[in-house]
Design a binder for this molecule. Structure first.
Ligand code: PEP
Length: 253
């Protein structure tokens, strides 16, 4: 059985004091939740602080981006090894905001996924269509391309180590969530793609999260779908109360 992963993507929010406060609150409320993998992804400058707070708890640390090279003249970038050293277990790769505002492509996603795996980080690979793709009937094509190109060259032994986050761009930060049925349709499609590439057994071991305006009042409906294995949460992960409520909803399923 796949253990659900609830990851909070804090984006460019929560500098030191606020990050420490939020991480401490989450730790206090969730230290004994064992059946859900909890991941906090603060901005780079708060990684070590949050890492210190959650040390020796089951809560894991994740970063929001990385560079694929090991080192060098890449001003403003961080390598997988640097994230590992800061205590990260996970790294979000190819988030739609990075694709939209920072020129992230399927090719750069692929290089980053490989570099993360080489360093022993778990990449959370984001895929998902824009509103115009959905409206023109291209949602499946776009998601298929994101998966195929993002994972190009990965063998089965690497594929089992990744997490995929299906995040329809039209649902991110908009308050519009995909219905459970709409999300499940794409999750099932992704699992079938993975099954064709890596075999049924491997595809069934890969966690596929949903992301896009997930909140305490809609998480349960989404998580009861067979192929939805957790959530990547933006806005509702910024408040202790809502993040804790979501994790508790999932832990009680
Ligand atoms: C995200 O940033 O990955 C996300 C899903 O954001 P939100 O939950 O705010 O839609």
């Amino acid at each position: 059985m796949r253990k659900p992963i609830i990851a909070g993507n804090w984006k460019m929010n929560k500098a030191a004091a606020e990050a420490t406060l939020l991480a401490n609150g989450i730790k206090r409320d969730l230290f004994d939740v064992g059946n859900v993998e909890i991941v906090l992804c603060p901005p780079f400058t708060s990684l070590s602080l949050v890492g210190d707070v959650i040390q020796d708890t089951p809560i894991s640390l994740g970063a929001q981006n990385m560079h694929w090279e090991k080192e060098g003249a890449f001003t403003g970038e961080l390598s997988a090894a640097m994230l590992k050293e800061a205590g990260c277990k996970y790294v979000i790769i190819g988030h739609s905001e990075r694709r939209a505002y920072f020129g992230e492509t399927n090719e750069s996603v692929n290089k980053k996924v490989k570099a993360a795996l080489r360093e022993g980080l778990v990449p959370i690979v984001c895929v998902g269509e824009k509103l115009e793709d959905r409206e023109s009937g291209k949602a499946f094509d776009v998601v298929s391309e994101h998966v195929e190109k993002g994972l190009e060259g990965l063998g089965e032994s690497e594929a089992v180590k990744i997490v995929i986050a299906y995040e329809p761009v039209w649902a991110i930060g908009t308050g519009k969530t995909a219905s459970a049925a709409q999300a499940e349709e794409i999750h099932k499609f992704i699992r079938e793609l993975l099954s064709k590439k890596y075999g049924k057994k491997t595809s069934e071991s890969i966690c596929i999260q949903y992301g896009g305006s997930v909140k305490p009042d809609n998480i349960k409906e989404l998580m009861t779908e067979i192929d939805i294995d957790g959530a990547l949460v933006g806005g509702a992960s910024l408040k202790e109360e809502s993040f804790v409520a979501m994790v508790k909803e999932v832990s009680e399923l």
